[in-house]
Design a protein around this ligand. Sequence first.
Ligand code: ADP
Length: 468
Amino acid sequence: MALPTKLLINGQLLDGCGLLSVVDPSTGEPFVEVPRASQAQMEAAIAAARAAQLAWGATPLFTRRERLARFADAVAQNADELARTLVMEQGKPLDQAHAEISYAEFFLRHFATADLPVEIVQDDEALRVEVHHRPLGVVAGITPWNFPVLIAAYKLGPSLMLGNSFILKPAPTTPVTSLMLGALARDIFPPGVVNVVTDANDLGALLTTHPGVAKISFTGSTPTGRKVMASAASTLKRITLELGGNDAAIVLDDVDVAAVAPKIFAGAFLNAGQVCIAIKRLYVHDRVYDALCGALAAQAETAVLGNGLDAGTSMGPLQNAAQYAKAQHLLDVAANDGTIVVGGIEARNGGYFVRPTIVRDIADGSELVDEEQFAPILPIVRFDDIDDVVRRANASPYGLGGSVWSGDVDRAYELAQRIESGTVWINHHLHFGPHIPFAGAKQSGYGVEFSEVGLAEFGQTHVISIAK
Ligand code: ADP
């Protein structure tokens, strides 16, 4: 690896207090060791970020944007190394890793041109009232292991654009690309403005309780999100939580099965199902149930599992041993509560491989339907009544995304308005972008990411009211 993989604290690349061994999920074997930070190093990162933020926040917007654009350039210039490393630590196929890096660059470029201008909300004989967006201070980005580069980029971008400094704390199973991003950031941003600190799942709580951190931007599981929210309360930090989902896709009786099947397959199985907004429950009308189960099963048969660096691999392993164990449990659940049409474990080379698994004749109430799998095991549930399926889709503590599939967009639109989720897609699934607000309903999240609304969450609303 040519890019350094050291901690970045106050502009310095440092060793930690120990080492984190990073496993290649396609073999189950460690392939590299990276530094593991101490508590004192995390404290130092917070202190450095606080000190650097004052000057960074006072830097003209033009300059902050120009640095962000340079950072996007650096990501693009190092895309090959980042993508190959992402495959090794995360498991996804190389083309998907490249897509993730490109999307990270795209988000960074968006934030490098974004603005939250001063808004004048009153201007009359008596008063002129302006709304400004000031920096919050230090933002901590706590990221998961499914899209480590993209998620780091889309937390770093808005933080820095608005004049905050940033501490990135990646998941311990995918720290390598985050450290590489740190090495790139070091050459572009003033010392302390960007810090990257890796832990063994033990330093997150320091960030969420430390008075020097103003905001936590967290993406991860709902149970950990609850802990973040509870511990952030002690200092009343700003928080944005992007958590788990159990997205329902509802397929009406008028779809063209052959046309929708590949799109639904991609929506369920991208990244081996390890996507917060993947399709996790597929509700299919009786009339097209057998046909769609068959089409999805046929597509699942064609999946080529393997090391993501091998040409032809279409699906990688699950990212870590815990997720693999969970998938093994869910395969037992699937066999018990339904019928596995195709899929199951693919034993190879010690890796965490699970084939895309199609489960039919399963009902709500099964753990496979009611809980988020985060694995390539899709339960397909039958329905014949629209009101009933809406009730079942909404009977979940989650509410991240959802989709409706129909040959008649008006019909789908009517249904989409009744789905309790942050996003509903019609005849597609998974699409999001920096200009589109992204939010979870119910226990899928707190706050908004992206768009002007999400951007404003990285700033402090500051009203200046002038008497005339
Ligand atoms: P999973 O359970 O799927 O491994 P998590 O949601 O626990 O995923 O992890 C997401 C991120 O949250 C990781 O960076 C992880 O290290 C971090 N994390 C774990 N526990 C805590 C905590 N108590 N406070 C803050 N961050 C945490």
